[in-house]
Write a new protein. Structure first.
Lengths: 159, 195
């Protein structure tokens, strides 16, 4: 099970709340929490116009590549990145070594404010992730897979 | 690494297409993208050079339907096949749930296939994976070319553990979905074992 990230309703709701508060307090356009392997976990703000799936995958690729550069330079990791655009800026940070916090912001905010608010959100997020990891490693939670049969899997491919 | 979201009732898995340069990894994804209903696929992303060689990865998100009320989503990735992009290949293997090794059937690509397969095993080991324990299928691509080596020879050379293998011509779509279905099935079966 260590190769699996499992998300439960309670923790997702806590993570979503952290995103909402961060988005509001930092005047950001949008906030995304992304698994380091590129899966979108939670989002907040103006996300309707965003291709969240692609953004998540590319951000994770970016973080992985930057991590590769870090190890070549004997650094543990580069915990944060900032990309400055004409209209939209991107702040990327790694939280709890496991997820990526992506903040998109424009002239309504500033890098300083985003950094400040991200720091607070990261502490809260780390706490939730620790609980989540313990919970999924405990194996006490019901698994959807216990019920799945060969037929279920085969039926997926009947076209 | 699969991601199971009980809140949104989704299962997300990562499949990586591996193989030597120009073996047809990107072509596999392009064919899948072209033949999949718009509602079942996301945007295909190719981080490629100006000459259309994969620079970092291709990415295609696919929805395969529901199992017991859970949406199954597969994220398909290719690696850059060219030898000098090894650092990038290692990154893309992180969190992999299933692997497709795309071999180039042409006789003269024999050495490149072996080198790439060795590289796959080494890079997986570095990440703590064992190819023998991962959901894994082999695709012998470019079967339509006149200089394709005999299937038996390729299997002996590149598939000693006799995992499921498929003959393909990715550019024409032959064998592409068979390969995908098999690896997806193996991934789901493996998840069931783990769960």
């Amino acid at each position: 099970m260590s190769n699996q990230l499992v998300m439960y309703e309670e923790e997702l709701s806590q993570i979503s709340n952290i995103c909402d508060v961060l988005q509001r307090d930092s005047n950001a356009k949008a906030v995304l929490v992304i698994d380091k392997n590129g899966q979108a976990i939670a989002q907040s703000g103006e996300v309707e116009q965003l291709d969240v799936t692609s953004l998540s995958s590319l951000t994770a690729g970016n973080v992985a590549a930057t991590g590769g550069i870090a190890s070549l330079l004997a650094e543990k990791e580069f915990a944060g990145q900032f990309h400055e655009g004409e209209k939209t800026n991107v702040h990327i940070s790694i939280v709890g070594a496991r997820v990526i916090l992506l903040v998109l912001f424009d002239e309504r905010s500033s890098l300083g404010l985003v950094r400040l608010r991200v720091r607070k959100a990261a502490v809260e997020l780390t706490g939730v992730l620790e609980v989540l990891v313990k919970k999924s490693e405990s194996g006490n939670q019901p698994s959807v897979f216990a019920e799945i049969t060969d037929d279920d899997i085969d039926n997926l491919f009947n076209d | 690494m699969s991601f199971i979201n009980y809140s949104s009732r989704e299962i997300n898995c990562k499949i990586v297409y591996y193989g030597p340069g120009l073996c047809g990894k990107t072509t596999n994804l392009q064919y899948i993208y072209n033949k999949t209903n718009p509602e079942a696929k996301g945007k295909m992303i190719s981080l490629a050079t100006e000459t259309d060689r994969t620079l970092f990865f291709d990415f295609l998100p696919l929805s395969l339907g529901e199992i017991r009320g859970f949406k199954t989503r597969f994220h398909l990735y290719t690696v850059p096949g060219q030898v000098f992009y090894d650092a990038s290949r290692k990154l893309i293997l992180k969190g992999v749930d299933g692997v497709v090794f795309v071999a180039d059937s042409q006789v003269e690509r024999s050495e490149a296939n072996i080198e790439s397969l060795d590289n796959l095993q080494t890079n997986l080991q570095e990440q703590g994976y064992d190819l023998n324990k991962l959901p894994y299928v082999v695709q012998f691509n470019k079967r339509d070319l006149p200089n394709a080596a005999p299937l038996e020879e390729l299997n002996d050379l590149l598939n000693p553990t006799k995992v499921p293998h498929y003959e393909a011509s990715a550019i024409k779509g032959v064998g592409v979905f068979d390969t995908l279905k098999q690896v997806a099935k193996l991934v789901l079966t493996e998840l069931r074992k783990a769960g």
